[in-house]
Design a protein around this ligand. Structure first.
Ligand code: PLP
Length: 425
């Protein structure tokens, strides 16, 4: 039955509607195949993917090197649990820690699990290394954050859609405005502060790029106050913003140089999404020994975390980024994209601005947040062969796979311009 290719998109949408929980509101398109920057629907119509599964598919759909590594490992050994060693995990751990420049990694599966891991690590460090009284640790977070969907993570969200009626909320978090070093400095004077958890660009909030110097300044303030600087790069990491990590700043080396002046080293780095190129759930928490050593046997874990398939996929996915120079490509194409959008905006009454770094960008529609204009534009973009999704009402995020060519990008900009023009009054 799952092989039944005679079902239409309409049938398939009805099936999800009837049998699946309604926890998403998808664009009405049913995808059946992906390759590189393209996806095809159940009727065989071809689209440019301008979401990349929320930046998980940075390496492009079904990258042969990643799929090859995954299937080869899946035929050999899939899961041992961490009750035993496996012959992929050690080499993967060596590879990823050298790749990002940390002593150790703690492997998990999803982004939210990795954020939870970072929170646990930070709290334990605070009690055992910093000497905060048990159960008193506070972690500073930012307004409009998005770190995932667990009960603890939604506890410190200020989005009512994410947390209303999911209480009681986990205590131990203080929320401050994003992109405000003065507020951070004030909050750091509070009692029992253990960490500052931050997205170097807020993706879900609408690709909010902080001021130059914010990340570096935040780390310096944390360091001065003996507080862990925790970077959630689940969305911004792994080439997406035109640097290997957003904490690399505007270093254009692709992230494999000796640490540059622009680099801000997080005490804890959280990765997910593109760590697998979208092939498999793979996430990771990286830290140096002085922090990671507080976690001892039995104190944290995951049945699937660090499994052999994940290790093989992680290595392949990171090699693709390096070998194909996708970071550099994201940087170059991002500049072209924002140039093209700015040219369009000059003539537009409908689009206010474009912002972003590398290939993580958004345009803001000149309409109220509760209008359906952005949604309607995305439906039209789909009809014109490009898939994107609104975030926060009047913002449309544009984040294609990083394997895009310049020619394809211009083709996509033409589609966006043409579609927006249909909506100009
Ligand atoms: C997507 C995302 C997460 C959560 O990852 P999941 O794999 O969906 O649990 C956490 N942080 C950021 C910044 C994200 O974009």
């Amino acid at each position: 039955m799952l092989e039944n290719k005679t079902m239409t998109s309409e049938d398939l949408i009805k099936l999800e509607d009837k049998h699946g929980a309604h926890n998403y509101h998808p664009l009405p398109v049913v995808l059946a195949k992906g390759d590189g920057v393209h996806v095809w629907d159940a009727e065989g119509r071809k689209y440019y993917d301008f979401l990349s599964a929320y930046s998980a598919v940075n390496q492009g759909h079904c990258h042969p090197a990643i799929v090859g590594a995954m299937t080869k490992q899946a035929e050999t050994l899939t899961l041992t649990s961490r009750a035993f060693y496996n012959d992929v995990l050690g080499p993967y751990e060596k590879f990823i820690t050298e790749y990002f420049g940390f002593d150790k990694v703690l492997p998990m599966n999803t982004g939210a699990e990795a954020v939870e891991t970072a929170i646990k690590l930070c709290r334990k460090w605070a009690y055992e290394k910093k000497g905060i009284d048990e159960n008193k640790a506070q972690i500073i977070v930012c307004d409009n954050n998005f770190h995932g969907r667990t009960t603890t993570i939604v506890s410190f969200s200020n989005d009512p859609v994410a947390n209303k009626n999911f209480g009681p909320y986990t205590p131990g978090f203080i929320r401050i405005p994003y992109n405000d070093l003065g507020e951070l400095e004030r909050a750091l004077q509070g009692e029992n502060i253990a960490g500052f958890l931050v997205e170097p660009i807020q993706g879900e909030a609408g690709v909010m790029v902080p001021d130059e110097g914010y990340i570096k300044g935040a780390k310096e303030l944390c360091q001065k106050n003996g507080v862990l600087f925790i970077a959630d790069e689940v969305q911004t990491g792994i080439g997406r913003t035109g640097a290997l990590l957003r904490v690399c700043g505007d270093c254009s080396c692709g992230g494999h140089c000796e640490k540059q002046e622009t680099y801000t080293e997080p005490d804890i780095l959280i990765l997910g999404k593109a760590l697998s190129g979208g092939a498999y759930p793979v996430s990771a928490v990286l830290a140096n020994d002085s922090v990671m050593e507080v976690i001892q046997p039995g104190q944290h874990g995951s049945t699937f975390g660090g499994n052999p398939v994940a290790g093989a996929v992680g290595v392949a996915a990171l090699n693709v980024i390096r070998d194909e120079k996708l970071t550099q490509n994201a940087r170059k194409l991002g500049e072209i994209f924002r140039d093209r959008m700015n040219q369009m905006i000059e003539k537009s009454n409908l689009v206010n601005l474009v912002r972003g770094r590398g290939l993580l960008n958004a345009i803001v529609i000149n309409d109220s947040e509760d209008s359906s204009t952005a949604w309607d534009i995305c439906v039209s973009l789909k009809d014109n062969g490009l898939l994107a999704k609104p975030t926060h009402g009047n913002i449309i995020r544009f984040a294609p796979p990083l394997v895009m060519t310049e020619e394809q990008l211009h083709d996509c900009c033409d589609i966006i311009e043409r579609t927006i023009a249909e909506f100009e009054k």
